[in-house]
Design a protein around this ligand. Sequence first.
Ligand SMILES: [Zn+2]
Ligand SMILES: [Zn+2]
Length: 568
Amino acid sequence: MASTASEAIGHMAPAKPEHRSLETLEHSLYGGVLYGVEGRPIELQARYFGADAPGDAWRIHITGMAKGAINEVTGRLSGAFAKYGIPPMHGEILINLAPAGLPKEGTSLDLAIAVIVLQAAGYAPVLRPELGKSYFLIGEVSLHGEIRRINGALPIALCAKPGTTLIVPRGNEKECCMVRGLPEHASTRILVAETVQDVLRFMQGKSKLADAMRENPKFEGVLRPGPDFANIKGQELAKRAILIAAAGGHNVLMVGPPGEGKSLLASAFPGILPPLTNSEKIELTRLYSAKGLLNEDGLVVSRRPFRAVHHTASKQSLIGGGKGLPEPGEITLAHRGVLFMDELAEFSRGTLESLRQPIEAGCITVSRVDASFDFPAQFTLVAAMNPCPCGYFGQYICRDCLGYTYDQKAGCGRCSSVNVKPRCECKPTAVHTYRKKISGPILDRIDLHLELRPLSVDEKFAKNGGTSSAELRKLVSATRDIQQQRFGASGIACNAAIPGGEVAKWCLFATAGFDRYKAAISEGTFSTRATDRMAKVARTIADLEKREVIEEHHVQEAVDFLSGSPLA
Ligand SMILES: [Zn+2]
Ligand SMILES: [Zn+2]
């Protein structure tokens, strides 16, 4: 272990710094902070203010809306410096974090603060301004001088000026190497440091830091694949609805009794969406890094997310929020993937209402006293609910054998007895209240409704489920390509996103198809929104068949999905 400051950090600085000559010096270094789900570059500016009497503790004053852990850095640095045998300097160091008006949290600036303090105190070499600008320091400093990994390293690294040299903690280096996946960062370097001493010796030109790209970083997916449709038995109607939903970007509501595989079907959904592009993988990894969900280095979001939220989840955990700076919620973690809300009717009305903006806009604005952020939230909503509070509305139970049926006249499915009674024991008002909760705003944004029924005995014992997820994904990707060509530069992402006023422009009907569409509108009690949804779903069904115009049977299937719902 080093015994003196000069041995510890090299011989650039005298053991007793000449403060008087330093008073006029200006020091600048660069680092970054996490701001929402993005990084923001910060210029650290430091100045030394001399004092006549020697001090017995480090006096460091930080300005520029530093909050929480940033203000505790002084204590940690004192410990780290003591380990290196660096005595507190006389006087005070003032550090400003610019832009000063941006609130800053976290420990990502620790390393940059440590280095600039040592520079201002005269213990570390002062870099020429152009050289100072070429480095970007990231990392938390421990009491023992080690540089520790942080959450949000990727978003912070992404905000560095392209072409700079990032000095990052061991444990964040692979994550930071992801910036090299973007063309503008092709010449950005990523160097790894383990201690403050490593960084100082590097700046003095006394030793090198490991180049993270030369270490051939390996990456691993953080999200596990969901079940394959080939392994899901029965539920053909639900599978068809999910295929259409994936192909056209539609939201789905499954209504059915408990235990009929609603969660299983939903969790298989992301597996048939088109694979993520490289820039989408970086975008999602950035979000998961900001939320602190990458517990190890080298983890990336390589597949579309599936986030299941429980009805007891708070509105804040769903859409984002938190104390101080807002944090992203589940809908942002489901970005470009699937958000599954089971027991939809059990969610509070306020929570359901809060989903309106993100479903419509693909993003959510979360405001707190300190800041207001727009978080991305472009997800497919897969919702599930029971038809009534008890779950068995519409079913009949056999008085003779306790078998059940959905068809009162046909009788019991097991013994054919017509001596059946309704299985649901809910009061009509209770059923009404239960369903009313999700009506209106949220229901209007779900294009596909379907009723899930219990599997038949044959289905239960069937050998396999049919088409694999990989095959379905090919079909979905091809259908998305058709939509992309059609919408071109219009900014519309998929059929589900066709704006209300443009349905007629994009949904071209064959004569018979249009007649069927008009008939459905006049027969049913559909709202304007519902008829728009019907046209969009029919558009997707036609696209799945590679047909330019919407035919009668496309409309019929779309109508069935809408009117087949017990909630329509
Ligand atoms: Zn019931
Ligand atoms: Zn029976």
